[in-house]
Each structure stands twice: as C-alpha cells, then as structure tokens.
Write a protein that binds this ligand. Structure first.
Ligand code: PRP
Length: 212
C-alpha cells in the first residue's frame, strides 16, 4: 500500500473545477491530466497522489480505503449512499440541480407514471414520498430522449442551464436536490491519517468559494 495520501477525483467537469482548488492547496499533478491516459498521478506534493475515475466509482474507492479521500458530486452520494464516508466539505463547484422534468405542458396521467433516469434510487424515494406510483426505468444517458420516444412520461436528471431540456421540448418540474461537489473521506483513514487529511481539508476550506 502506498504511503502517499490518495485522493480520488471525478473526471470531466468536476475535475476541471477541482484542479484549481487543489493547486491553491499546493497539490498539482505532475502530468497534464487532460491529455495523459494515466489513471494515477503523482503531484507537486510528494505525499499526495491523485487517481482520476468516474464519479460513480469514487465512493467505492474511498469506502474501501484504497483512496483516503475523494471529490464527488452530491448526486452520486444521494444515489449510491455515503456509508463509510465522512463528507466534511462542500466544495461549491459543479453546481446544478437534480430535478424532475417533463414535456412542456405535461399535466400528469392521474395514474401510474413512467420515469426514466440514471438516478433510480433517488427517483424511487422521491415519488414514494409523494405517494405517486412510479415505474422507474434505468437509463445510462440522454434521459431527455425517453419522453420523446414515449419510453417514459417524466425524467429525473441533472439540470444546469436548462438548455438540454428546452432543446428537447421539456421543462423542469420539481427540484429534488441542489447539487455540488463534495469532499469525502474514508472514516478509518480520518483517524489513522488525521494530520495530513485535516491539513488538506483546512487548505481546501480556505480556497473554496463562499456561497453567494
Ligand atoms: C447532464 C444532464 C443533462 C445536461 C443538463 O448531462 O444529464 O443532459 O447535463 O445540462 P443543461 O441544463 O446545462 O443543458 P452531461 O452532459 O453531464 O452528460 P451525462 O449524460 O453523461 O451526465
């Protein structure tokens, strides 16, 4: 096992917004993460390395303790659970909303509804809390296509600008959760490697943009 502190990062937009925060905390990958095919990166801090993976895999690596910390969207934590993890810091980046959405003018069917989403657990909880009978259909992307093709009545998806919904004749309906990226820490590592982990938390806390 590496003595280095290992931080698991979510690739994509979250990574692009995470790197400047890490740089402010003195952690800069030694290779260009946007062009390299590597998955593990040493950094300007010899005690810290980064692994760059899909968001839905970040909680798994941190929960198993092979990564000490991670950066992941709150949507992933809500969908897959945060068991075994501390969530000490809202990084305030990659902000968006998790919403239900439907075709413009959709007013409900009165009975069961069909909901397409990749967030099946969140969707089931949401509609169960409302007492709505929802058949939840798992998709892996392009949720907006499902109502167009009459695979589903509604979707549960991430909404940022709303452009994707508008471009597909849909509108947002209800907000389920405000989403941003969170720092997560393995609970055992928080005890066994307290000093370095707390240092990273403190350094990131100092550079996180405050809520406006
Ligand atoms: C997300 C989401 C929507 C879109 C919303 O997809 O699933 O399709 O962004 O953004 P907007 O409101 O600004 O149009 P993303 O591009 O992240 O790809 P994904 O389907 O892989 O999650």
């Amino acid at each position: 096992m590496s003595d280095q502190l290992t931080i698991a990062l979510t690739k994509g937009r979250i990574l692009r917004e995470t790197l400047p925060l890490l740089a402010s905390a003195g952690i800069v990958p030694l290779d260009d993460v946007s062009t390299s095919r590597k998955l593990v990166f040493d950094t300007s801090n010899p005690g810290v390395r980064l692994v760059i993976i899909r968001g839905s895999d970040v909680p798994t690596y941190v929960r198993h303790g092979v990564a000490d910390m991670g950066v992941v969207g709150k949507d992933i934590l809500l969908e897959h659970g945060a068991e075994g993890l501390y969530e000490p810091l809202d990084l305030g980046i990659a902000r968006c909303r998790l919403m239900t959405a439907g075709p413009v003018g959709w007013s409900g069917s009165g009975g069961r509804i069909r909901v397409a989403t990749k967030f099946v657990n969140i969707a089931r909880r949401h509609f169960a809390m409302q007492g709505v009978h929802a058949d939840v259909i798992k998709l892996y992307g392009a949720m907006e296509l499902a109502p167009i093709m009459n695979l589903a009545d509604l979707i549960v998806d991430i909404v940022d600008t709303g452009n994707t919904l508008r471009a597909n004749g849909m509108e947002p309906l209800e907000e389920i959760a405000a989403i941003s990226s969170r720092l997560v820490v393995n609970k055992a590592a928080m005890r066994s490697r307290y000093a370095i982990i707390q240092q990273v938390i403190n350094d990131l806390t100092a550079v996180v943009p405050r809520e406006s």
